[in-house]
Structures are given as structure tokens and as C-alpha cells.
Design a protein. Sequence first.
Length: 347
Amino acid sequence: MKRVMLAVFAAILLLFPLDACHPAGKGEKVETIKIGVTLYRKEDTFVASLCSDLEKIAKQKEAESGKKIVINMVDGQSSQALQNDQVDSFISRRYDVICVNEVDRTSAAVIVNKAKAADIPVVFFNREPVEEDIRLWNRAYYVGADAAQSGRLQGQIIAEAFAKNPALIDRNGDGKIQYAMLEGEQEHQDALLRTEYSIKAVTGAGIKVEKLADDIANWQRAQGTAKMNQWLAKYGDRIEVVFCNNDDMALGAIDAIKESKIKQKPVVVGIDATESGLNAIEDGSMFGTVYNDAQGQAKAIFDLSYALATGGDPSEKVQLQDGHYVWVPYRMVTKQNADDIMNILRN
């Protein structure tokens, strides 16, 4: 008899999990919203910051709405196969919305088709899928920022500094900028656009450039240090500017520069405006960065997900473009406004 009772109780738990509701007075059931989030790599500094903001926003909304909001974040560990399995798990457990920070941006069609078959909306973020994949279904969305804009703003930091004081950038006085480029990831949309448009912004301002080196450092600080050490050994103080597709790689380059014996240290610029990056600007080791608004993206992801989960009209909660996209603008950051951006991060 005990075995039968235990089996019945286990079956009840499967049908009505304990996290499906919580007390709401007089035994009333509280509506639960379940949002599954799969990340390309949990250790990525910017992604970690965005996810922290997302959890805070969800807790605030939970307190305001009286609904229980479950945010389940899992790490794709840079494996698209693993991430696909995680999406399958969210689908089998009937999550209301699936949010995807995709490992391979060219493979979104697989996830879109899975979500469409299950009739569960999917919100991609931070790593933009191929447009054709997003348009496979009217309930597939992307939240992010225009990578080309971030590149333009990064280049603008250098172009404006050159215009004010050429000697600050053009250390050897030859009338052009010798530069090196640390790229985020091979064939990654953001890396390609940031690389292209940062240099276009400089040359578009009438400044001549000479590329000494460029290489992939996969968004990672340690790889940025390793590449920069190689370049310093080869070029010494000939490098005048180091363009980096994100702050982590910029900080890695700075680590190498600090350990080197070169007298003319290059100017280093990043993208993201992480807390560590802003600290580097304030101590003078990083010249500038571009604010990638993690809080703004997190809010857009949550607002969009909440509207979809509760049957609301997404266009009433977020500013949708072309029916599928939410774009959060970048901002240029130098020592003049680094404190302002730091205050935003800490509030």
C-alpha cells in the first residue's frame, strides 16, 4: 500500500511540480511564467552582466505582478549541439518562452523550427542570427545592438583624439596611424562589423592608417594577452593604436603592454564598457570604449518575453523593427563620461 501511495504522489508531482505555484492567500494558485535561457558561454563578461540584470528585472516584476517568474539559465559551453539539447529540454518541460544567446549564429534555423513546432516563442539575443532564420517564424525575435554602430563609435574615439592632438595618437609623426586589431571570433557578425567600421570611421575622417597586425582572440582576455605579447615582440613600439572588439580583449592587451619594456605605449580602445573596462579608462590604461547597454538589452528581453508569455502584444512593450528586431543603441565612452556610465552599471 505504501508503494502504491508513493507512486501516486510521484505521478502528482510530475503533473503539478512544486514550482508551478506558491501560496497566494486562501490556497489560490499563482500563475507561473517559465523562461528558459541558454547562453553560448557563461563566462563571457558582458553576457554574465546582462544575465544578472535580467534576473534582477524578473524579481522586480515578480514582486509587482504577483506572478511567479522562473528564469532558468543554462550554459551552452560553446557547443551548438549541447545548446540544441537544452532547447529540447525547455520545450519538453513546456517553458513559456525560450531565450537564446546562440553559439553558432548560422544555425538558428534549427532552433526556430523546434520552437515553431512546439508553438513556443523564441527570443535570440546578443549574437544576431542570420536574418533568413529569424524570418522563418513570426514569433522569433532578436534583441541586441547594431554592431556597425559600435565599430563607428570606437573609430570615432580615435579620430576625434587625432583631430584634437595628432601627436597623442601618431607617436612617430609620420601622418598615419599604425594599428593592430584584436578580433572577437572568426566569422562572427559583431566581430566582422566592429572590425570593418572602426577603421572606416578613422579613414572616413581623412586619417591614413597602416595595419601592422590582426588576429582572433575569441573575446577572451587571456587570448588577447597572448596575441599582444607576440605583436610587441615583433613590432615593439611601432604599434600606435590597438583596436579591440571587446573590453576583455582590450584588458588582455593592456596586461601585455604593462609587462613589456616598450617606452611608447599604444593607445587601446575596447567595446562593451564593462566595469573592469571602465576602471581601466579611469586609471588611464584604456583610452576609450563603447557602452553596450546590458541593462537596456536585459529589459527588452524580459519585456518581450513577459508579453509573449502572458498573451500580450509585444509591440506595446518594446519598439519592434521589421516585426522581429529590438535594437538598443551604443554610446561612446572616454574619461570624460566614464563615471556616468559606471553609475549606470552600479544602480
